[in-house]
Structure formats: structure tokens, C-alpha cells
Design a binder for this molecule. Structure first.
Ligand SMILES: Cc1cc2nc3c(=O)[nH]c(=O)nc-3n(C[C@H](O)[C@H](O)[C@H](O)COP(=O)(O)OP(=O)(O)OC[C@H]3O[C@@H](n4cnc5c(N)ncnc54)[C@H](O)[C@@H]3O)c2cc1C
Length: 488
């Protein structure tokens, strides 16, 4: 099949999935007014893969079928391959301004890493390879679910007073029956498949009770017994148009809780089962983090560039960029963008072939991006609020441009460097980027999309090779001691 078109993607989503929103079943995610914007964006991304000017940067030839497939599936062997992947990510994330963070390349890269190290999946290695090839050659979209519902975080999932998390409840000749809930499937509304995996840094205890939770598998979203509950949309129909909420109306990628109501997962779809060792160590064994970090860092760069560009345009419109402290804030955004850019290039320059034979960007600089970007993005929102000031509160609905006060609006909403139409569109964009519900969800996303940053920071500190640095201080103390003895 090879790369699909946007129309084929939308057709594929009309599959009878059980997706609930605001207390009712959604009949068609491609037509529902709360979801249609994200569906259109998804279709645009897939159509981009066919654009003559960029098709070679978006795709490569499948080694199995000889057809064009998405470049995020590439298993990189050289630094040039990694740079090719970067260019591909940029096309998608520049198009979505870095605001559609779970565009399908995120999981594709994960799949490519898992398949490169498929042997680490033990008895399910063949299933992992088969799913990777299927996803690549049929251009499928997967949402991934790595975590268990928040019930009582002071106990591990196998020791909860309320046993709600998804687990294996029995085996049959044909597969494993899964019952319970999982979070948090971003893109659930727009995905073909559900990809259930462990989270990189939330290990299970090696106990008999925990084994039922040591599961990894993929199934189509429309599998009988799978129910998705989507949070309310970012704009409610009738309460805001795409003119007023240009980002919310396009890039709401959906976030879902998944409920498995005795879902039969066929054996050929199982990717890990009851093996705590594999469950706890898979990311490290296949070296997936470098590839995943590279993808999301490029997304972060696209987002930082968009926020910076928006701030530049905003401050020019009312000429507040002539004030020194405003220039200082613009410089902050420039510096943040430069840091992100440099970290990506540094990760590529230090890339190495891993033990599973693929070229992996160095995780050090990408870990720094993961750690720094939530605050960079939060600060970009704050800067836009500071420089937009009252203009962000008084910007009217775009509908005023054609309402009874249209002439007044045309006159009084002008700015020094913008007519009223441009000024209203610009400020509505700034509101949506920096202070809407959509923006709040983006800030939350950046904080948590790749796990808990608190535990991430702890893991970094614990894994970091500190000995040379501590040794350096000990040597220095020794040197100073000798110097002090000689000099005093
Ligand atoms: C917008 C958004 C989109 C997401 N998309 C996806 C997705 O597509 N797929 C997916 O799998 N996941 C996704 N995630 C989920 C993400 O993996 C989790 O949010 C993240 O792992 C944190 O877990 P939690 O939300 O359950 O927070 P919790 O674990 O409940 O943590 C809440 C607070 O308690 C603290 N805490 C909890 N436990 C401990 C502990 N043991 N030690 C120290 N501190 C602790 C945390 O530091 C945090 O401050 C998404 C999250 C968000 C917000």
C-alpha cells in the first residue's frame, strides 16, 4: 500500500470505534464539529507526504515492498539518515507549529527503534517486527498508552486498593484477555491502532502479582470491547470560530482514557507478557530514547520558533519593541531557540551506532531539551502576555468585522503597524497560543508528555557518571592543600 492520502486516512477512521465525548458516543470523528479540525490536520499531514517538492524528504522506499513509506520509520544507519529524519519532522511540525505534538512520527520512531532491537522482546520478537512492518508499509497511525490511571501513586500498580489498571485476566487458545483502564492516549480519536507499552521510568516490582500488568500489545482502536473517553474539546461548537481560535480549532489532538472491557488480544498482537525483566528494561535495551528525544526536540524547536515569530510580530504591531526591556524579552526567546537548535545538532554530531546496529542521536543534549523546554514554553506564553497586555483582553471576536459595528471596529482596532483585520487576527492568534485552554493544555503537555520530569531528573542524576567530576574536586582540594601548606 505505501503512503496513504489524507482522504484514505479519514476513511480509515470511520471504523465504528467506541469513542465517547461529553457523555455520548461520537458517530464519526471525521465529521463531529468538536473533532473535525484535528481530523483535517491529520489529513493534511498525510497529503504532505505526496507533495512533489518534498516527497523525497518525507518518504523512503520500503525494503520489503519497494513502495514509498514515511521517513519516520527509517532505521538510521548513518548520521545523514538522522539528518534526513530531522528534515522530515520539520515539515510536519512547522506545518502544525509544534502544537500537534503527537503527530504520528512520534510513535513511528518508537516502532522503528523497537523493531531494530526486536530480539529484546524475547518470545514476541517476531510480533514486534511484524507490527513495525505492517505500520510502515500500510502507513498506520498509532496512539500509545504507557501509564496506568491515577488512583494511589504511593503504591505500585499491583498493590492498589482499587484495582482499576489494565491487566491480563486470562488466556485463551487465541490470545490474552485484558480488563481495566489505561491512560493517556493522545491522538486516540485519530489513530488506527492502540499501542500499549510500559513507561520508560515506571518499573514494576518483580512479584507474581505484578506479572499481570507486564503487558505490551497492539490492536486496532475499533477492536470489540475497547472504549475511549475523550476529554471535552478545546472549543465548543457555537462558542468560537476558527477565526477566533485558530490553533484550538486546528490542532486539538485529543486525549483519551482507554477502557478495556475484556478485550481479547490475539497472541500475534502480544509484544510482551508477564516478563518483568523485559517490561522494565525494554527502552534501555533497544536504545529508543535517543531517537524519541530527537523527534520531540525538533518538535520543540518548531514550537519555539513559532512562539518567537509570533512575539516579534506582536511587538512590532504596536511598536513596543522600541522599549529596551521588551527587546530583552525578545532576546530571551531568541536565545532559547538557539539552545534548542544547538542541542539537536549536538545530538546528531555525537550520534553513535548502538548495540542493536542503528545510529542513535546522543541523549545528553536531548535530555537537556526535555528538561528545559517546559519552562521555555511557559515563559514564551508569559512573554506574549506581557507584551500583548490589555490588547489580548480587549481583542474582539473576528465576527465584529462584519457585525453592526464593523466600521467602528475597522477604525478603532488598527495598530501603528497593522490594519484592524490583521491586528484582530494576530491578537486572536496570540490569545490562543498563550492564554487559552488550548495553551494551558500545551503547557501541561510539555511538562508531562514524556513522563514525570521530577522522576526524570532523579533518574538523570542517578545514572550520570559523576565520578570524574567528584574526582576533579578531590584533586583540586589536594592541590590547594599542598599549595596552602607551601605558601603559609
Ligand atoms: C497533555 C498530555 C498528553 C499525554 N499524552 C500521553 C500519551 O499520548 N501517551 C501516554 O502514554 N502518556 C501520555 N501522557 C501521560 C504522561 O505519560 C503522564 O502524565 C506522566 O507520565 C506523569 O504521570 P501522571 O500524569 O500519572 O502523574 P502522576 O504520576 O500522578 O504524578 C503527579 C504528581 O505526583 C508526583 N509523583 C507521583 N508519583 C511519584 C513518585 N513515585 N515519586 C515522586 N513523585 C511522584 C509527580 O512528580 C507529579 O508532580 C500525557 C500527559 C499529558 C499531560
Amino acid at each position: 500500500m505505501g503512503i496513504r492520502t489524507g482522504a484514505q486516512i479519514l476513511e480509515g477512521l470511520r471504523d465504528g470505534r467506541q469513542l465517547y465525548m461529553n457523555g455520548a458516543l461520537v458517530k464519526d470523528v471525521t465529521k463531529d464539529p468538536r473533532l473535525v479540525g484535528g481530523a483535517r490536520t491529520m489529513a493534511q499531514l498525510f497529503d504532505m507526504q505526496h507533495q512533489p517538492g518534498i516527497i523525497d524528504e518525507m518518504t523512503y522506499i520500503s525494503p520489503k515492498t519497494g513502495e514509498r513509506v514515511g521517513l519516520s520509520y527509517l532505521q538510521p544507519k548513518t548520521r545523514e539518515d538522522i539528518a534526513r529524519r530531522r528534515k522530515m519532522y520539520r515539515h510536519w511540525h512547522d506545518h502544525t507549529l509544534g502544537m500537534f505534538g503527537r503527530a504520528p512520527d512520534f510513535v513511528n520512531v518508537m516502532l522503528s527503534s523497537f523493531a531494530s532491537g526486536a530480539e529484546a522482546f524475547g518470545p514476541y520478537a517476531k510480533n514486534m517486527t511484524a507490527y513495525y512492518e505492517k505500520a510502515r508499509d500500510e502507513d498506520r497511525i498509532a496512539t500509545h498508552s504507557l501509564t496506568n490511571p491515577q488512583v494511589d501513586r504511593t503504591h505500585n500498580v499491583a498493590a492498589q486498593a482499587k484495582d482499576l489498571a489494565a491487566k491480563a485476566v486470562r488466556e485463551t487458545d487465541t490470545g490474552v484477555v485484558i480488563r481495566g483502564a489505561r491512560m493517556l492516549a493522545t491522538l486516540g480519536a485519530y489513530s488506527d491502532d492502540l499501542f500499549v507499552m510500559p513507561a520508560p521510568s515506571y518499573p514494576l516490582p518483580n512479584t507474581e502479582e505484578a506479572k499481570a500488568f507486564a503487558i505490551g500489545f497492539w490492536i486496532p482502536v475499533a477492536t470489540p470491547g475497547v472504549k475511549l473517553i475523550n476529554r471535552p474539546g478545546m472549543i465548543q461548537p457555537g462558542l468560537g470560530s476558527s477565526h477566533d481560535y485558530p490553533l484550538s480549532s486546528r490542532f486539538d489532538e485529543s486525549d483519551c482514557m482507554i477502557i478495556f472491557d475484556d478485550v481479547l488480544v490475539p497472541w500475534e498482537n502480544m509484544l510482551m507478557y508477564r516478563d518483568i525483566e523485559i517490561f522494565n528494561n525494554i527502552y534501555r535495551r533497544v536504545h529508543a530514547m535517543g531517537a524519541m528525544g530527537h523527534q520531540f526536540s525538533v518538535k520543540d524547536l518548531c514550537k519555539a520558533e513559532f512562539m518567537m515569530s509570533l512575539a516579534f510580530t506582536l511587538v512590532r504591531s504596536t511598536k513596543v519593541d522600541e522599549f529596551l526591556h521588551v527587546q530583552g524579552m525578545m532576546a530571551e526567546l531568541i536565545n532559547n531557540m538557539e539552545v534548542l537548535h544547538s542541542c539537536i545538532l549536538a545530538s546528531e554530531a555525537q550520534a553513535e551506532i548502538t548495540s542493536v546496529g542503528v545510529m542513535s542521536p546522543a541523549m545528553g543534549p536531548l535530555g537537556a531539551v526535555r528538561y528545559l523546554f517546559p519552562e521555555m514554553f511557559r515563559r514564551a506564553c508569559e512573554v506574549i502576555q506581557i507584551v500583548g497586555a490589555g490588547g489580548l483582553a480587549m481583542v474582539p471576536s473576528y465576527a465584529e468585522m462584519s457585525g453592526p459595528l464593523a466600521e467602528d471596529v475597522k477604525t478603532y482596532y488598527q495598530a501603528a503597524a497593522a490594519d484592524s483585520d490583521t491586528r484582530i487576527r494576530l491578537f486572536r492568534l496570540a490569545v490562543d497560543a498563550a492564554m487559552s485552554s488550548f495553551s494551558g493544555r500545551q503547557q501541561l503537555y510539555e511538562r508531562y508528555f514524556a513522563g514525570d520530569p521530577v522522576r526524570g531528573a532523579g533518574n538523570l542524576y542517578n545514572a550520570f557518571d559523576k565520578a570524574p567530576y567528584v574526582g576533579r574536586i578531590n584533586t583540586l582540594l589536594e592541590r590547594f592543600k599542598l599549595e596552602d601548606q607551601a605558601w603559609n
